[in-house]
Design a protein around this ligand. Structure first.
Ligand SMILES: [Zn+2]
Length: 181
């Protein structure tokens, strides 16, 4: 059969690009976080554009959210920092398949990974980080992350500006995702 383009109709134009889709999944995952101050999501994607895992920042498994110290200040033992599991670590840990699948994968995160997650990313064999915010670029943690990535051959790039769109996600029936800008 000969396919004539004129009679086939045109495909939808405002569909999500892969980068937008996966960052959207990361952002949606962040919506599960119980942290009152910082919500971060991560989405790990195989080289065939299949989603392997997602994660968000939160308490370790079986640590009651209501007994978790969500404070950022005060006695270190009563702040979140010593206990919280970051989105990237959770995304890696949540994967239930073979660890080999993570080798060569990409990870989408809405905040540049800290040095602890950078080590987890390297050890998992993930090769590319796509991020949105780099608001802690001046911190030693983020500087160390970049150093780790540079030395260990993990590339990183910010989601390009054209893809930094605002979408309206409706969970009502018969409404599709819409671009606000
Ligand atoms: Zn981290």
């Amino acid at each position: 059969m000969e396919l004539k383009k004129e009679i086939l109709g045109k495909k939808r134009k405002d569909y999500l690009e892969w980068d937008e889709f996966f960052m959207g999944i990361a952002k949606l995952s962040a919506g599960r976080s119980k942290d009152p101050n910082t919500q971060v999501g991560a989405c790990i994607v195989g080289d065939d554009n299949r989603i392997l895992s997602i994660g968000y920042n939160g308490a370790p498994n079986n640590f009651d959210d209501d007994l978790f110290p969500w404070n950022r200040e005060g006695d270190p033992l009563n702040t979140k920092y010593l206990y919280v599991c970051h989105a990237e670590r959770n995304a890696i840990g949540n994967y239930r398949g073979s660890r080999k699948d993570l080798v060569g994968a990409k990870i989408y995160v809405d905040l540049f990974p800290c040095n602890e997650c950078a080590k987890d990313i390297v050890q998992a064999g993930i090769k590319e980080v796509i991020y949105l915010s780099d608001k802690y670029a001046d911190s030693d943690e983020t500087k160390a992350s970049k150093h780790i990535f540079d030395i260990c051959g993990v590339t990183y790039r910010q989601l390009n500006k054209q893809s930094q769109k605002v979408l309206r996600l409706s969970l009502k029936p018969d409404e599709v995702i819409k671009y606000i800008d």
